[in-house]
Design a protein around this ligand. Structure first.
Ligand code: F6R
Ligand code: MG
Ligand code: MG
Length: 365
C-alpha cells in the first residue's frame, strides 16, 4: 500500500520570544491530530517542536498535496494560534499568512515536505527540522549524503547505490526547476546549489529505481509575503538504509557544522548546531541555528519511534565546534560575513537611512 509521509510546520507563537514552543500549544496540536487519527484520516502522527516551530509529522493514504491533509494542518495551526494568543506568546499566528484556507497550505506560510512511497520491508526514515535558518541549509548536507563518497562510502562500495542519485534543484527566485544526475553532473550542480539562498535541493531520487530518497521544504516566507515575516525554518525527510544512505551516512554531514543564514533577525550567518529535541532552544543571540533529527521505522504507516538521533554523545564535539564558530562569527558584530549581504537581510533600515541622507552623497572626483 502506498503511504504518504507529510511533515507540515509553522511558527504560530514563541515562548519566550522566538526561543521555544509552549507545552500547551504542543498539547493542543496533539489533541487535534488524535481526533483525526481516530476518525481514520491519519494512519499515525507525531507532534514535536524545533525551537519556536510546531512540527506535525503525519502518515496517511491520501497522497501528496492532499486538500484534506493540508486543511487538517491549517486548522491545527489555527487552533494552536488561539492557545498562543491566550498565553500572549510572541508572534502568535506569525506564519499563517492567509486569512482562510484555500486548498493547499503551500504559499500560505507553513513549510511542507511530503513523499509518497511503497513501504519497504523495513522502512527507515529520518526527519530533519531546523530553526533560525532557511531551506538552502539542507543543500550541503544533502549533497554530502547523496553525492560525496568522503561522507557516504556506500556510493563507492554498495552496488545498490553505485549508480548514484538524481537531484531536483529549485530556483526559488525565478520559480524554475532543473534536474542533475550525480555523479557525472556534480560540477554543474555545485555552480547552483553552492548559492543556497536562491537554489535549493527540493528532492533526490535513486537513479536505477527512480524511488524518492529525500524531499525538503523550499517555501521562502519572505518571497511569499513580500516582506520579512520570520525565517523559513525548513524541514527535510530522508529515507535510509538499503539502496539509500545508511543512518550513519545520513547523519554524518551534521558532525561537521557549517555556516548557514538565518541567525538573529534572519540577517546573520551562524553555525548549524545538531541538537536533541529538548535542546532545540535557540537562546544566544536568538540562536545559533539548530537542527534536530528524528528517526522512525514505519510499520504499515505506523510511526515506530521517534529516536532522537542527535541526542547521541558522538555529536558533542560538533556542538562544541558550533559554539566556537558562533563566538568567531559574533566577533564581527554588525559586519559581514556575520551580517548577511544587504540584499539577503530580512530586516533593513537601508531605505529610510538612505532617504535621510539624501543629498549628502556627492560624486567622487
Ligand atoms: C525569529 C528570529 C529572531 C527575531 C528577533 C526579533 O525567527 O530569528 O531573531 O527576528 O527576535 O523579533 P521580533 O521582530 O518579532 O521582535
Ligand atoms: Mg518565531
Ligand atoms: Mg522558528
Amino acid at each position: 500500500m502506498p503511504i504518504t509521509l507529510s511533515v507540515i510546520k509553522a511558527d504560530i507563537g514563541g515562548y519566550v520570544g522566538h526561543s521555544e514552543s509552549h507545552p500547551d500549544v504542543l498539547a493542543r496540536a496533539e489533541e487535534c491530530l488524535a481526533k483525526v487519527k481516530k476518525a481514520g484520516l491519519l494512519v499515525d502522527y507525531h507532534v514535536t517542536k524545533c525551537g519556536d516551530d510546531l512540527q506535525l509529522i503525519m502518515t496517511h493514504q491520501q497522497g501528496e498535496e492532499n486538500e484534506k491533509i493540508h486543511k487538517l494542518a491549517w486548522d491545527t495551526f489555527v487552533d494552536c494560534t488561539e492557545v498562543a494568543k491566550k498565553l500572549k506568546l510572541h508572534g502568535a499566528g506569525q506564519d499563517l499568512l492567509a486569512d482562510a484556507f484555500s486548498g493547499n497550505v503551500k504559499g500560505m506560510g507553513p513549510g511542507v515536505a511530503e513523499m509518497e512511497f511503497e513501504e519497504r520491508e523495513a522502512e527507515t526514515v529520518i526527519i530533519f527540522m531546523a530553526d533560525k535558518t532557511s531551506s538552502g541549509a539542507w543543500n550541503m548536507p544533502l549533497y554530502k549524503m547523496f553525492a560525496d563518497p568522503f561522507n557516504t562510502i556506500g556510493l563507492v562500495i554498495a552496488s545498490n547505490m553505485h549508480a548514484g542519485f538524481t537531484f531536483e534543484v529549485h530556483d526559488v527566485k525565478e520559480s524554475k526547476k532543473v534536474f542533475f544526475e550525480s555523479p557525472e553532473e556534480i560540477y554543474d550542480m555545485l555552480v547552483f546549489i553552492g548559492a543556497p539562498s536562491r537554489f535549493m535541493v527540493k528532492a533526490i531520487y535513486h537513479r536505477p529505481s527512480k524511488e524518492i530518497a529525500a524531499v525538503s521544504s523550499t517555501q521562502r516566507l519572505a518571497l511569499i509575503a513580500g516582506r520579512y515575516v520570520g525565517k523559513d525554518d525548513p524541514v527535510c525527510i530522508v529515507r535510509s538504509q538499503g539502496s539509500f544512505p545508511a543512518v550513519g551516512e545520513v547523519l554524518e554531514p551534521f558532525a561537521s557544522p557549517i555556516l548557514v543564514e538565518g541567525w538573529m533577525r534572519g540577517s546573520h550567518m551562524g553555525p548549524l548546531m545538531p541538537v536533541s529535541v529538548i535542546d532545540s532552544t535557540p537562546t544566544r543571540f536568538d540562536g545559533p541555528p539548530r537542527v534536530i533529527g528524528l528517526g522512525f521505522q514505519l510499520a504499515e504507516g505506523k510511526l515506530v519511534g521517534p529516536r532522537d538521533m542527535f541526542a547521541d554523545k558522538s555529536f558533542n564535539l560538533a556542538r562544541h565546534q558550533a559554539n566556537e564558530m558562533a563566538d568567531l562569527m559574533r566577533r564581527h558584530g554588525p559586519f559581514e560575513p556575520h551580517r548577511l549581504p544587504l540584499e539577503e537581510m530580512e530586516y533593513t533600515t537601508m531605505p529610510e537611512v538612505m532617504k535621510k541622507l539624501e543629498g549628502r552623497f556627492t560624486a567622487l572626483d
